[in-house]
Design a protein around this ligand. Structure first.
Ligand SMILES: Nc1ncnc2c1ncn2[C@@H]1O[C@H](COP(=O)(O)OP(=O)(O)O)[C@@H](O)[C@H]1O
Ligand SMILES: [Mg+2]
Length: 218
């Protein structure tokens, strides 16, 4: 589980997150809501360990992610956390297969094993049929599925999504909701930062956490 205790994040003298206390249980789906600028992306990036808090602690399965040294942190993240960025962060002139194999290279010695994992991840994300296309030729919805495949390739327990439907049309947004259901059934713990009302249609049990000016709004 994720435990967040008295978390603050300042950028110079601007307090982006204030006094955040949260617990997120295993296999829970959390919708992190709030208007633009309320602190959603900041909170997600602290949970993923991309940035450090100004004060407070984040424990993920009792590991203080907010305090781990870099090498340990990148290993922990690689094993446990999948992150899908708002703009997907894919290498556009490579294929989906190469995009999702690249992060495995430092860790996986057998290329064959790595490829097997990659193809399986593409399958779960419903994009295996485009495995060898060039990413630049894929639609927004397809690129997102590649980014999701990359996030799940190691079967991490935690999946974080930043505004996953912001660049999708309605049909692809609904397909994303189906995928969330599938991922919950695979026992993932899922946090989705979004202000898209389409998530009201999510057909799995979820918890809503609302941020307002960097605070959890009760
Ligand atoms: N690196 C940064 N430097 C300065 N201010 C930042 C930085 N990142 C975020 N902020 C500010 O923190 C606030 C929260 O941003 P963010 O977490 O991106 O909000 P959201 O994702 O909810 O739109 C905003 O006012 C934003 O301008
Ligand atoms: Mg954001």
């Amino acid at each position: 589980m994720i435990k967040i205790k008295n978390l603050y994040k300042k950028f110079k003298d601007f307090e982006a997150l204030k006094s955040i206390n949260l617990e997120i249980n295993d296999n829970e789906v959390v919708i992190l809501k709030g208007v633009s600028g309320s602190g959603k992306s900041t909170l997600l990036s602290l949970i993923a360990g991309f940035d450090k808090p100004t004060s407070g602690v984040i424990l993920i399965d009792n590991e203080p992610i907010s305090k781990l040294p870099d090498l340990h942190l990148s290993r922990f993240r690689f094993k446990n956390i999948g992150f899908v960025f708002q703009n997907f962060n894919l290498i556009k002139n490579l294929t989906p297969l190469d995009n999702i194999l690249a992060p495995l290279i430092p860790y996986e010695k057998s290329l064959q094993k790595a490829q097997k994992k990659a193809l399986n991840a593409l399958k779960v994300a419903n994009i295996e049929h485009k495995a060898k296309e060039i990413v630049a030729n894929l639609s927004g919805g397809e690129q997102q599925r590649v980014a999701i495949a990359r996030a799940i390739i190691n079967s991490p327990k935690y999946l974080l999504f930043d505004e996953p439907t912001a660049n999708l049309d309605k049909n692809n947004s609904l397909l994303f909701l189906d995928l969330v259901k599938k991922l919950k059934n695979l026992n993932k713990t899922i946090i989705i930062a979004t202000h898209d009302p389409i998530f009201d249609k999510l057909e799995v049990e979820f918890k809503t956490i609302k941020l307002e000016d960097g605070r959890v709004y009760e």
